[in-house]
Design a protein around this ligand. Structure first.
Ligand SMILES: Nc1ncnc(NCCc2cnc(NC(=O)Nc3cccc(C(F)(F)F)c3)s2)c1Br
Length: 273
């Protein structure tokens, strides 16, 4: 309620529980708000690390963007607070944890499961784009699983209000970046369409499409050329959707409305929630 919303939180308001994961810049703990008993995930970030990486602005933007978002497939950011050394993010707790751990454990997903997750991510992206927000960092590591195993997009550390041309040095994996970003071109909401295609590929194959052991330059070249090989273990419907999203020309990428109507996605609706 509004009283809860605007109040000043502090660490004393929470009972800290088990560690949930170790993300970038800090740890995440299960926590219970003392007065209400409400369970949350509390991410503890060290200011020194934020300053060293010069990402304070990005974190502020994430908090600003996330605090206005409400969607079943987007992990809530309820609020934040800070003390002398740390910033704390009060996050929705995702009881089934991190999707990428499930993916690494099982190798790849059944196509019905993969299609369900892609449909849920498409719904989240439709909501984000309708609010002129580009996530820009859609990958398994940023997807969590809710109480009923539903996918929830998290970690808006890289999201921007469209159109974004920020040329922040991209750290982490290149695997998910579309050609226009590796080429440093102006990018907009269609970068998320490309990443959705990479996500679908990784879900059904078990590895991203342009991964190169030879290093990032080789990955870079394969992305720029859209050097895409889809194994024939992948169903024709899944391969068709992946090809329609991994188009070099952003205008040619299948719009989200059409993704939801694609046979591979429509099929997944009646199989599971
Ligand atoms: N089971 C679970 N249930 C709920 N949450 C869990 N883990 C936390 C997932 C996150 C959601 N949002 C996040 N946001 C950031 O980390 N932001 C962040 C942090 C530092 C710097 C920066 C930046 F400044 F570099 F952008 C941005 S982490 C788990 Br496991």
């Amino acid at each position: 309620d509004t009283e809860q919303k605007n109040r000043k939180w502090s660490l004393a308001d929470f009972e800290i529980g088990k560690p949930l994961g170790k993300g970038k810049f800090g740890h995440v703990y299960l926590a219970r708000e003392r007065r209400s008993g409400f369970i949350v995930a509390l991410k503890i970030i060290y200011k020194a690390e934020l300053e060293a990486a010069k990402v304070e602005k990005q974190l502020r933007r994430e908090i600003e963007i996330q605090s206005h978002l409400r969607h079943p497939h987007i992990l809530r950011l309820y609020g934040y607070f800070y003390d002398e050394k740390r910033v704390y993010l009060i996050l929705e707790y995702a009881p089934q944890g991190e999707l990428y751990k499930t993916l690494r454990r099982t190798g790849k997903f059944e196509e019905a499961t993969a299609a369900r997750y892609i449909r849920q991510m498409t719904l989240a992206l439709q909501y984000l784009h309708s609010r002129h927000v580009i996530h820009r960092d859609i990958k398994p590591e940023n997807i969590l699983l809710g109480l009923n195993g539903e996918a929830k997009i998290a970690d808006f550390g890289w999201s921007v209000h469209a159109p974004g041309t920020r040329r922040q040095t991209l750290c982490g994996t290149l695997d998910y970046l579309p050609p226009e970003m590796v080429e440093g071109k102006e990018h907009a909401w269609w970068v998320d369409l490309w990443s959705l295609g990479v996500l679908a590929y990784e879900f059904v194959v078990g590895a991203p499409p342009f991964e190169e052991a030879a290093g990032y330059r080789a990955t870079y070249r394969r992305i720029a050329k859209v050097d895409l090989k889809i194994p024939d273990t992948v169903s024709p419907d899944a391969a068709d959707l992946i090809r329609k999203l991994l188009q070099h020309d952003p205008e040619k990428r299948l719009p989200l409305e059409k993704v939801l109507r694609h046979p591979w996605i429509r099929l997944s609706i009646n199989i599971s929630p």
